[in-house]
Design a protein around this ligand. Structure first.
Ligand code: C2E
Ligand code: MG
Ligand code: MG
Ligand code: MG
Length: 289
């Protein structure tokens, strides 16, 4: 029997740690230090109204400026953050930065929305709702301008606790989106029971949409069901004009992807919006709403 103890997240420390390689343990120590020394950076990717060419929201995506390995993507270190028990502190930092930025951005763009990704462990933190509410109050940000994204997988570990959390967040007035839709195991049927406002169709179906009959069929089914349930649909991973066109014919009017913009530093969002309005927005159009 391994000795068990509690991490800062109050999760039980992973005894599997004892079998990690030196490299892994070093990486873990670096991550702990990196978080303390603020080596994490927030990037954003615009989410567009495909018909109007205006901004709907921007998704916040974390990066790690690793001193030795260069910039790392979330998939390179979030699992390690979970194993270390620091994922919730990371989420708190992302929320704090995002809500503060929302207040600043809304001074210029009143309809601005930001979407923040949550990890499955965050849904087990009872105080998450109070934490978000306090930040919204402190920065005078309307709850509805914050979107929280969670994956189907986040709901499968502790479904009862997770759904209870979603209902509390919905009561608070923030928007909830189901991320990476189509890749998990939850049935379309469950969609009806979740307090979400939209689903995000996973990149893997969208990247080559115009070339794949299978992906067209799956995407079409998701769009139809979401619409029948009164949910919005966002396509993720639009890389080409043809995919945008295909999505529009299929009735999907919201999306994000490299075709519009790769993720860039959060502080570049206000300049990006101004530039986009000037170059691509319809002449004389108001601020993106
Ligand atoms: P996600 O939430 O599904 O985010 C979309 C991912 O797709 C991002 O990867 C984005 O850079 C990428 N992407 C966007 N457009 C395109 C495209 O046109 N083509 C392709 N091939 N990819 C595209 P990224 O930034 O590496 O993030 C990966 C995942 O890490 C995210 O997936 C999200 O689940 C997670 N993540 C990111 N930031 C956070 C965070 O602050 N907290 C938590 N808990 N998870 C995060
Ligand atoms: Mg997301
Ligand atoms: Mg996704
Ligand atoms: Mg993903």
């Amino acid at each position: 029997q391994h000795h068990r103890w509690h991490t800062p997240d109050n999760a039980v420390f992973d005894p599997g740690l004892l079998t990690y390689t030196d490299d892994k343990l070093r990486f873990m120590a670096e991550l702990r230090q990196g978080i303390e020394q603020q080596q994490l950076a927030l990037y954003v990717q615009p989410q567009m109204d495909l018909k109007q060419g205006t901004l709907e929201a921007a998704e916040v995506l974390v990066r790690w400026q690793h001193p030795r390995l260069g910039q790392l993507a979330p998939d390179d270190f979030l699992e390690t953050a979970e194993q270390l028990g620091v994922i919730y502190s990371l989420t708190q930092w992302v929320l704090q930065q995002s809500i503060q930025s929302l207040a600043e951005l809304q001074a210029e763009f009143p309809a601005m929305k930001l979407a923040v990704n949550l990890s499955s462990k965050d849904l087990l933190q009872d105080e998450l709702v109070d934490f978000i509410q306090a930040l919204l109050l402190q920065h005078q940000v309307r709850p509805a301008s914050l979107v929280l994204e969670l994956t189907e997988r986040a709901l499968t570990h502790e479904p009862v606790q997770a759904i209870t959390m979603l209902l509390r967040l919905q009561q608070l007035g923030v928007e909830l989106a189901l991320d990476d839709f189509g890749t998990g195991f939850s049935s379309l049927f469950h969609l009806r029971q979740l307090p979400i406002s939209h689903v995000k169709i996973d990149c893997s179906f969208i990247n080559d949409l115009h070339k794949s009959d299978t992906h067209i069929a799956i995407t079409g089914a998701i769009i139809d069901i979401a619409r029948n349930l009164g949910l919005g649909v966002v396509a993720e991973g639009i890389e080409e004009k043809q995919v945008e066109q295909k999505l529009l014919t299929m009735g999907c009017t919201r999306g994000q992807g490299f075709y519009y913009s790769r993720p860039f530093e959060l502080k570049g969002l206000a300049p990006w919006l101004k530039q986009w309005q000037k170059s691509s927005g319809p002449a004389g159009s108001p601020a993106p709403e």
